[in-house]
Design a protein around this ligand. Structure first.
Ligand code: AMP
Length: 397
């Protein structure tokens, strides 16, 4: 079954057409600079040359129409008719408390996605625009929403509540929701498959370490805690996000620099993390190079990143009262053997031991702990698009 995966950002649209029978990506691509000057579609069909179309895209409707044309293109296309697309799976950022599973989109679902605009102001509006554009371009083809928050809906109240006055939780739903749910779900399920752990008696920590980074504690396949909160700002140190911070810092910077709360939040989201600390780059590779060249700020940024991950792992081991497997995924988790090593050096007290050969492992699924390690440690490459395709398939098959 061919499933089209759509991931809409405010000025971009990423897509993949996936055959769920073979797991093959038939085509993938991106529309960039939608609604601004210099719009461009880059289309990569399997086994064929890349197609680049530079043409104004005034909105996401035009972008979806161009994607359809590319998929059906005589030379660069991969299907002959729209009917070869069985369903469309949309990545939607925020489903609040309403969705813990993927859902077939109807008017009610769209209303809920709109109700969540305040919770996901940068993502939910373009997500909804993309859904409406696909409905118009592919009438009658089922559309499914897969929410980034869904997997974390199993967290117990003690884990998702903030210690703020109750009324804010009740009036506005201010609580921790967690994100990267599709990745945490996919990676934890895959770990259960490859580890031979009993799915009903398992304690797994998934460390999704990329430009955006989050970590989750998964007991018997269900999320019991995760590091991101009401927004993706909370938790680990990320490419440009600060992660956990004393809320007093917001007031302090606002007063000293004469900035609004929105402006300070923008700094914490876009100019902080590895970028802010190192003053070099948000890219972990650049920060590492700078450290090797003797840059002190880069060294501290790298050390603080590793330290924060290790602290979260320790707290989740306590939360779960044990751990069977630790899994690394995403850009850094999959590719950076040194960071994995440094994180696991903090975990000696748990009996974690890594193979030396893991240092060189990049982007491959593997068990990286030694046979006598008390905790199994894995690298499992994440595949959010395939996971969305599989979840969409399971709803429409
Ligand atoms: P993601 O957001 O999952 O795509 O991850 C992006 C981050 O992964 C970037 O900051 C990259 O620096 C980092 N990354 C990718 N490949 C490597 C690598 N070989 N070594 C270290 N970091 C890497």
């Amino acid at each position: 079954m061919n499933i089209l995966i759509i991931n809409c950002g405010s000025s971009s649209l990423k897509y993949q057409l996936i055959d769920t029978d073979t797991k093959a990506v038939l085509a993938k691509g991106i529309c960039e600079r939608i609604g601004i000057e210099g719009s461009k579609l880059t289309h990569e069909p399997k086994g064929k040359d890349e197609l680049v179309v530079e043409k104004p895209m005034k909105d996401h409707q035009v972008a979806v129409d161009m994607v359809m044309k590319a998929l059906l293109h005589e030379e660069f296309g991969v299907i002959k008719d729209i009917s070869e697309i069985s369903a469309v799976g949309h990545r939607v950022l925020h489903g609040s408390k309403y969705y813990s599973d993927p859902v077939l989109i109807d008017e009610n679902v769209k209303k809920v996605i709109e109700e969540c605009f305040d919770l996901g102001p940068l993502h939910n509006p373009p997500n909804l625009t993309g859904i409406k554009a696909c409905e118009a371009a592919m009438p009658g083809i089922p559309q499914v929403a897969v929410f980034d928050t869904a997997f974390h809906q199993t967290m117990p109240e003690k884990a998702y509540r903030y210690a703020i006055p109750n009324e804010y939780y009740e009036k506005y739903g201010i609580r921790r929701y967690g994100f990267h749910g599709t990745s945490h779900s996919y990676v934890s399920k895959r770990t259960l498959e490859i580890s031979g752990l009993d799915p009903n008696n398992s304690k797994i920590i998934v460390a999704h370490l990329g430009n955006g980074a989050s970590i989750s504690a998964v007991v018997n396949g269900k999320c019991v805690d995760t590091s991101m909160g009401l927004t993706p700002l909370e938790g680990l140190i990320m490419g440009t996000r600060s992660g956990d911070i004393d809320a007093g810092v917001v007031q302090y910077i606002a007063n000293k620099e004469k900035k609004s709360v929105d402006e300070v939040l923008d700094i914490l989201n876009k100019q902080s993390g590895m970028l802010g600390m190192s003053e070099i780059s948000s890219d972990f590779r650049d920060v590492y190079k700078a450290e090797v060249a003797g840059n002190h700020n880069a060294k501290v940024a790298n050390e603080a990143f590793v330290y924060r991950v290790a602290k979260y792992i320790g707290s989740y081991v306590a939360a779960m009262n044990g751990i069977d497997a630790l899994v690394f995924t995403a850009g850094v988790g999959e590719n950076d053997g040194l960071k994995r090593w440094e994180i696991c050096e903090y975990l000696g007290y748990l009996g974690v031991k890594l193979e030396d050969s893991q240092m060189k492992l990049r982007g491959e699924e593997a068990l990286i702990s030694t046979p006598d390690s008390k905790v199994k440690v894995y690298v499992v490459p994440t595949n959010e698009e395939l996971s969305i395709a599989q979840q969409t398939y399971s709803l429409v098959k």
